[in-house]
Write a protein that binds this ligand. Structure first.
Ligand SMILES: N[C@@H](CCC(=O)N[C@@H](CS)C(=O)NCC(=O)O)C(=O)O
Length: 223
């Protein structure tokens, strides 16, 4: 039996969704973020040394890292569903977006979260103006322009084809869902980018996405 070690409000929601799309049986083991730090509980480190979610176990296999999990599950159990045929332009775009999600899009979204928290977090009063200045400078000079470029680029790509890899919905769209949802929560993505906005509406309307939400519980990404 596939077990998903699921942290509330996290990337493991994508894995539940993938399993629902593939119609596979699985079990959800829940972990709760610390309400103050938002970090995962130490129990998750007993499953994988890094203590991050998602992690799955499947018989003898324990696997972390969303992209690796998506490729493992789709490859082993998908029977060709949600993955374009080998050697096609769709497959190359599939691989590209599969890596882009965590490799290029999540880092600036994470940096934005960190800089926003540094600015607002508790600190001695005399340190606040300096901390604020550093956070604002880094955010405005590096993080926000980078995010804008990424969103413009992705908007252009979805203007050329229905889904990230091509005309058909694939597991790359599932992998891209989390950065797009995070961008709509805290990265300035809104209806002003109609293709990306439409992507979010379309994925949220999928029955498997909604079933996964019921399994995963409250899903409200960090701002
Ligand atoms: N690149 C990894 C990132 C894993 C990750 O950072 N997961 C977050 C949840 S969205 C986490 O476990 N955060 C809690 C913590 O760091 O303690 C992946 O895609 O699986």
């Amino acid at each position: 039996m596939i077990v998903v070690h699921h942290l509330n409000n996290s990337r493991s929601q994508r894995i539940l969704w993938l399993l629902e799309e593939l119609g596979l049986p699985y079990e959800v083991k829940r972990y709760q973020r610390d309400a103050k730090t938002m970090l995962a509980p130490p129990e998750l480190r007993a499953v994988h040394p890094l203590g991050k979610s998602p992690v799955i176990s499947d018989g003898e296999v324990t696997l972390a890292e969303s992209g690796a999990i998506v490729e493992y599950l789709a490859g082993k159990y998908g029977a060709g569903q949600l993955v374009p045929a080998e050697g096609t332009p769709e497959k190359l775009r599939y691989t590209y977006w599969m890596h882009f999600a965590e490799g290029s899009m999540m880092p600036p979204l994470l940096l934005k979260l960190i800089f926003d928290r540094i600015e607002k977090g508790p600190m001695p009063f005399f340190a606040r103006p300096i901390a604020r200045r550093i956070a604002q400078t880094a955010r405005n000079a590096m993080v926000l322009p980078n995010l804008q470029r990424i969103l413009d680029y992705a908007e252009g790509e979805l203007g050329k084809r229905e889904w990230f890899a091509g005309p058909a919905f694939t597991a790359a769209d599932i992998q891209m869902s989390f950065p797009m949802e995070a961008a709509s929560a805290r990265g300035g993505l809104d209806a002003g980018r109609p293709k990306l906005w439409g992507f979010l509406q379309k994925i949220h309307a999928r029955p498997a996405y909604q079933r996964a939400l019921e399994k995963g519980g409250k899903y409200e990404l960090l701002r």
